[in-house]
Ligand binder design. Structure first.
Ligand code: B1M
Length: 223
């Protein structure tokens, strides 16, 4: 792997946000995910390459370490902050310059769930694909989804869940949307979610990644 990508991945794995982050001790005073990502982009690396070859694999390593109890929640949180430090440089590359939008997408992480990195990536790619995105954030109640759908007729809805426990809330939200807004197209995703689960809860489409969500929306573009 490209040396700078290796360094960015290590920063995310160890929670080295930027130059002033004092840990890990052997990286004190050195650039963090923030500066290195900027540098990588300035050196001509593709934003998608930084995402796919450094940031996303690094978060997977963080998850594995957490599962093995080698790190705990605070370290996981620092890794998430380092990831966000990198993402702020990448995001502008995915923002669409188009003024006429293809349609609207309401997106959020379901109730009880605070994970937003994957959801933010999906939102970013959809926006980059020319759609207006209404991002409701994390821990979004069914009521909030329903209210936003009522305020935005014709909008698509995207639900993200990262915990096996909150998949149950995804199911409840889908059921409530179906009850009140039969016509709304619902996309679901997130690490524990599967195509089979999507079908079981009555959502319209499952994507394991942001590109799949963008491709799904393409067929409905308003033009
Ligand atoms: Co949490 N966490 N976490 N965590 N965390 C996981 C999910 C876990 C798998 C770690 C592990 O055990 N190995 C585990 C869940 C186990 C389970 O339920 N089976 C777990 C746990 C247990 C917890 C806590 C309960 C820990 C605790 O407190 N004891 C707690 C829960 C808090 C809560 O939500 N109520 C918790 C907390 C946290 C932090 C806050 C510290 C932090 C989140 C910070 C943040 O998001 N701002 C965190 C993190 C960082 C992780 C891991 C390490 C990384 C998640 C991530 O960002 N991945 C994660 C382990 C892992 O996933 N390997 C873990 C990178 C991201 C790009 O991938 O989110 O999968 P992902 O998104 C992908 C796809 O899934 C897809 O596209 C994205 C890009 O490819 N996708 C969609 C996502 N949403 C989509 C929507 C779509 C389509 C595609 O359409 C709408």
């Amino acid at each position: 792997m490209n040396d700078i990508l290796t360094k960015i991945a290590r920063c995310v794995e160890t929670g080295k946000i930027d130059k002033v982050t004092p840990y890990p001790p052997d990286m004190k005073g050195q650039d963090g995910a923030d500066e290195l990502t900027r540098m990588a982009l300035d050196n001509g690396l593709e934003p998608s390459q930084i995402l796919e070859e450094a940031l996303i694999p690094a978060m997977a390593v963080v998850g594995e370490k957490f599962s093995r109890k080698e790190i705990y929640v605070p370290q996981m949180l620092m890794s998430a902050k380092a990831m966000n430090g990198a993402m702020k440089h990448i995001k502008p590359y995915f923002q669409s310059g188009e003024t006429k939008r293809k349609g609207k997408m309401i997106i959020g992480t379901v109730a009880g769930d605070l994970h937003d990195i994957g959801k933010n990536l999906v939102a970013m790619m959809i926006e980059g694909g020319g759609w207006e995105v209404i991002d409701l954030g994390v821990d979004v109640s069914t009521e909030k989804f329903l209210k936003t759908i009522a305020e935005n007729p014709g909008a698509f809805v995207g639900l993200s869940a990262l915990l096996t426990t909150t998949m149950e809330n995804m199911k409840k939200t889908v059921a409530s949307i179906r009850e009140k807004h039969k016509e709304v197209k619902i996309l679901v995703g997130g690490a524990p979610v599967t195509r089979e689960y999507c079908e079981r809860i009555g959502a319209d489409f499952y994507s394991p990644d942001p590109q799949g969500a963008v491709n799904f929306l393409k067929q409905f573009a308003e033009r």
